[in-house]
Design a protein around this ligand. Structure first.
Ligand code: FMN
Length: 297
């Protein structure tokens, strides 16, 4: 269970949770000792991360043959309590999701040009669109251009924000350094859509029209949920992780971004322009993984 929870994605790889297991009861709590004051002012991304960890925990309990029963926590710091009182074999889908936990990773490279089939897109949208979370693909050139404009605007703002960049640098693990927490520098996206998904002070920003054509060529899914409430954020994390695990099982690559959505003007514009039913919480991109690049001669 600890291993499965550790593998969950988290904002800046902060792993903002703790897990305690007492008998048949596993309690996942939020840790608040590693706040990201510049990136995640409201703590929403940390709650989304905890939601992803909760999904992994449930799958781990199912994998060892218990019917996972969820109980509400008794304090705001408790994200979820999973009880395993009765034996029950996991389903094939749960097994496949559990097996994907250790293989899931953020792939911030540009994807191979081959598009996803409509069947796969429908599956991923349904996996992520579990109420109160709504999942919507970014369809067509026009919507891609609107999203590109917002991402570009946010990228410029973060690029020039020195306090923001100081915090991001503190959470970035330089090449050759080891560390359990934090973003590995070499895993950050330098090209394509991910280049505007986590902007550092040295990121080369693409122009809006190139960005729009990259977005239109990828499968970009926007997860929205009602308001900035605690429960909606946790549920978003669960939905995000379920779709990410299903994509991994299917041999697909994915990465997520929330950085642009923390600017209120960007969140507001996207909600209106993409006709979202709630607050945009996470942008996910899916595709076929690119072939590994040859090392330079
Ligand atoms: C709530 C949340 C927000 C994230 N925001 C971003 C983001 O804005 N940009 C980005 O490139 N990655 C983002 N990530 C991905 C994390 O950086 C990544 O999960 C973490 O570094 C661990 O790496 P892994 O996913 O390869 O295991 C986010 C992940 C989560 C769960």
């Amino acid at each position: 269970m600890q291993r499965a929870v550790r593998c969950a994605p988290s904002v800046h790889n902060t792993r903002p949770w703790s897990l305690e297991v007492h008998g048949h009861r596993a309690v996942l709590s939020r840790r608040t000792d590693q706040q990201l004051d510049r990136h995640d002012i409201t703590g929403r991304d940390q709650l989304i991360s905890c939601g992803a960890a909760l999904t992994n925990l449930e799958l781990a309990v199912r994998e060892i043959g218990w019917a996972a029963t969820a109980e509400p926590g008794d304090s705001p710091e408790v994200i979820g309590v999973i009880r395993g009182d009765d034996r029950a074999e996991p389903t094939d889908l749960e097994r496949a999701r559990y097996a994907a936990i250790a293989r899931r990773t953020s792939d911030r490279r540009p994807f191979a040009p081959q598009p996803l089939t409509e069947e796969v897109r429908a599956h991923l949208r349904d996996a992520a669109g579990v109420p109160p979370v709504h999942a919507q693909w970014v369809h067509g050139q026009q919507k891609a251009l609107l999203l590109a404009r917002s991402l570009h605007f946010a990228a410029r703002a973060y690029h020039d924000d020195r306090e923001y960049q100081r915090e991001l640098a503190m959470w970035t693990v330089a090449p050759g350094m080891t560390g359990d927490l934090g973003l590995r520098h070499e895993a950050l996206g330098a090209r394509g859509v991910p280049a505007v998904g986590l902007v550092t002070s040295t990121t080369h920003l693409p122009d809006e029209s190139r960005l729009a054509s990259w977005i239109a060529a990828e499968s970009v899914l926007v997860l929205s949920a009602p308001g900035d409430r605690h429960r909606a954020a946790v549920r978003t994390g669960q939905a995000m992780q379920t779709a990410w695990l299903d994509a991994t099982s299917a041999g697909l690559a994915a990465s997520v971004m929330t950085q642009p959505l923390h600017l209120p003007e960007v969140a507001h514009a996207l909600r209106r322009q993409l006709e979202l039913s709630g607050e945009p919480m996470v942008i996910m991109r899916f595709g076929h993984p690119a072939e590994p690049e040859d090392p330079p001669d």
